[in-house]
Design a protein around this ligand. Structure first.
Ligand SMILES: *Cc1c(COP(=O)(O)O)cnc(C)c1O
Length: 230
């Protein structure tokens, strides 16, 4: 086993432990391996260990990797960074999921550009659950309205909600934010949407996110190592 494959196995063990501690069903949490800034060869290694879902933030970087990895069957690409309107076409043509919808306009472009032969693009509404000024996402009180508007688009399927937790919040505050996400998902369901996905939890806060109802956790550095943005 390579070092990345060992990291990957230990993340799977940590997720299983978090499921058990939170009395969630074994195997119910989906892992998205966040590979931003890491080369396609690293994705290949983790793929060889069995991982299929990968998350990327930067559209150009990601698109190049889709070319390099075109020989790997069954890869599932999750876009977890902002999608500028001049990049929606790439996402519409190659991604399986977009977790960062916070404007109807972006969703409309993605739906219009989704090729006819492809299944609907899975979409999560990004919520700025902490209210930090620098964060993307809709304010919590606007999440249901945006989800309902997006659900009317023919080539997108609203699956649920996503958030990026506040980096320096304590456990109590983080727990409060994650539980607000869980409550918002219930509001989506009460509004008639079939959505059941809560995309939350990263390397540093995964167990708490799982305890608060996360269904998809996005783990980068615990698998691939420290990122170098240079
Ligand atoms: C980078 C990133 C992650 C992964 O973060 P780690 O702390 O490396 O696990 C998850 N979600 C989003 C939106 C990210 O940008």
């Amino acid at each position: 086993m390579t070092m990345l494959q060992q990291n990957y196995q230990s993340v799977l063990v940590q997720i299983a432990a978090a499921e058990k501690a939170a009395e969630r069903h074994a195997g119910s949490i989906h892992l998205i391996a966040v590979s931003k800034t890491f080369p396609a060869s690293d994705i290949r290694e983790v793929y060889a260990a069995g991982q299929r879902d990968f998350g990327e933030n930067y559209i150009q970087e990601w698109y190049a990797k889709t070319e390099e990895l075109a020989d790997l069957p069954g890869l599932v690409w999750h876009i977890i960074g902002q999608v500028q309107s001049n990049k929606t076409k790439f996402v519409a043509e190659r991604a399986h999921w977009v977790h960062t919808i916070d404007k109807l306009k972006t969703a409309e472009r993605l739906s219009a550009q989704r090729p006819e032969h492809m299944p609907p693009l899975n979409a999560c509404i990004e919520v700025n659950v902490s209210g930090e000024a620098a964060k993307h996402g809709v304010p919590p009180q606007d999440a249901v309205a945006l989800a309902l508007a997006v659900s009317k688009l023919p080539n997108l399927k609203v699956r649920g909600l996503m958030c990026v937790a506040e980096a320096d919040a304590d456990e109590d505050e983080l727990g409060r934010q994650f539980l607000l996400m869980q409550d918002l998902l219930k509001q989506l369901q009460a509004a008639g949407l079939e959505a059941d996905v809560l995309s939350m939890g990263m390397s540093a806060d995964m167990p708490l996110a799982v305890a608060c109802g996360a269904t998809h956790v996005r783990i980068g550095s615990a698998i691939f190592g420290k990122r170098n943005y240079a």
